[in-house]
Write a protein that binds this ligand. Structure first.
Ligand SMILES: Cc1ncc(COP(=O)(O)O)c(C=O)c1O
Length: 454
């Protein structure tokens, strides 16, 4: 048998839940219970139609060809192209994204990624190349996909920072960077999801963003801004906080993904940074150049159909470049906003008398609200979430699983009084969608009240 130095990686609770779900769902079904989805963080099928996306892409290709043959247009695109992908896609994206977030992007600095997961992976890879001990600073709780990716490197360690409703605690952020360095680690970056935090169910306030930047600048630390929900915003344009890359492009690596504003399947994303970093030999280089070298060694080039398909998505029915993607986002957000309101209104109605025991976040963006249960007889572990499926037909995700190991070591009960509830997904559309979400929220409320005996 081949022998290696590899170690077994832990399986995330979301994967464990997905694996256990069919059996639990069958138990619920046998009891005649409807299955209620408050677990999955998937884009809603009502507003993610691949047929329209594909048809527009094909029409756009024909439009590009004009009088020429389609082959003439596609031949160079489908050959060995640059790692950066077509300039036209980056130029169009830079314009529209800069417009939508009140900033300016240099299209030459946009590197295509495989969704934002690809951006996370590329950032981790870059620091793993050193072979040194690498520390990642992140929130407690944080995105499970980030924990999984960061933990692939056996010399990586996560230093986490608790959050309140406005974002991470800045004193703790500074202290964790210093601690990691004192422990002999190279601090790679602070990773966060400031808008529609998954799984925190909050968006950072503008003031906290500025405070975070101050700390990171003072400690020469990069920020990785994962932004899948930047367009899934429930705030008015005037109240929407600025993303980090607009506030401090020289400190930030911004990860855009088309998974929520478009579709997850085509795996479109871009990473963007204007940061310079100092190398081991004290030379200063642009981080973009290092990331581009990494990308060209890793993937060489992207799927041209996916990138040009995304370019088509950036054009309107006449194939002229869209000025803004907010009209597209707003169509989607009408659905997510309605869902969010059903969830929040139902909680207000069902838990109004018991706000000492039950609290929930009011997400300014994204797909999730975090529900807190402060009751001595209820522990929000996997046993509880399994029971909620098997006995009440309600699928939820326990929040403890999103706490990095160090956060659980600091506080054994971290997250064990919380559940992450998603309001983004159901099987039905239109009125049926609303009925299903209402039924799911009511079933959840009934189950929790029963479990707490209130
Ligand atoms: C915070 C966060 N990052 C990354 C992802 C994965 O996104 P992508 O499809 O762009 O890889 C998700 C998906 O839900 C997410 O919530």
């Amino acid at each position: 048998m081949p022998t290696t130095q590899l170690r077994q990686q832990p399986i995330s609770v979301t994967r464990q839940m997905a694996a256990a779900l069919p059996k639990l769902a069958a138990i619920a079904k046998a009891k005649g219970l409807e299955l209620h989805h408050l677990g999955a963080g998937y884009p809603h099928p009502e507003v993610t139609n691949p047929m329209g996306y594909i048809a527009h892409k094909e029409a756009y290709f024909k439009h590009l060809a004009g009088e020429q043959s389609l082959q003439k247009i596609l031949q160079p695109l489908y050959g060995y192209t640059d790692t950066l992908g077509p300039a036209s896609t980056r130029e169009m994206f830079a314009k529209v994204y800069g417009h939508d977030f009140n900033t300016t992007l240099n299209p030459e600095l946009l590197i295509p990624t495989i969704g934002s997961s690809g951006g996370i992976s590329q950032m981790c890879s870059l620091f793993e190349r050193t072979g040194e001990k690498v520390a990642y600073i992140t929130d407690a709780p944080t995105y499970a996909g980030f924990i999984s990716r960061a933990s692939l490197y056996q010399k990586a360690r996560i230093y986490s920072v608790e959050m309140d409703l406005e974002g991470p605690c800045c004193e703790a952020l500074a202290a964790q960077i210093s601690r990691a360095r004192a422990d002999g680690y190279t601090v790679a970056f602070y990773y966060t999801v400031p808008d529609g935090h998954n799984p925190g169910g909050i968006s950072f306030s503008e003031q906290r963003r500025r405070d975070v930047i101050k700390v990171l600048k003072a400690h020469d630390t990069l920020l990785v801004e994962d932004a899948p929900y930047s367009y899934i915003s429930f705030e008015s344009a005037a109240r929407r906080p600025k993303p980090f890359f607009a506030l401090a492009p020289e400190q930030t690596v911004h990860l855009f993904t088309a998974s929520k504003i478009g579709l997850p399947g085509p795996r479109i994303g871009f990473m963007y940074t204007e940061a310079n970093i100092e190398l081991a030999n004290k030379a200063t280089v642009s981080l973009n150049q290092l990331l581009l070298t990494e990308a060209s060694a890793n993937i060489l080039l992207h799927n041209p159909e996916a990138l040009k398909g995304f370019e088509a998505f950036l054009t309107d029915d006449d194939f002229s470049a869209r000025k803004s993607l907010w009209p597209i986002a707003n169509e989607k957000n009408n659905v997510y906003r309605e869902n969010r309101q059903i969830l929040l209104d139902t909680f207000e109605q069902e838990f109004n008398q018991h706000k000492d025991i039950f609290q929930w976040t009011q997400p300014g963006a994204g797909f999730f609200s975090v529900f807190t249960i402060n009751h001595p007889s209820v522990v929000c572990d996997s046993d509880l979430t399994d029971k909620l499926v098997a006995e009440y037909g309600v699928v939820t995700i326990p929040t403890f699983s999103f706490y990095p190991e160090d956060a659980r070591a600091r506080d054994k009960s971290a997250g064990l009084n919380q559940l992450r509830l998603s309001f983004c997904y159901s099987e039905g559309i239109g009125e049926r969608r609303k009925q299903q979400l209402q039924a799911a929220t009511l079933a959840f409320a009934k189950a929790i009240k029963q479990e707490c005996g209130v």
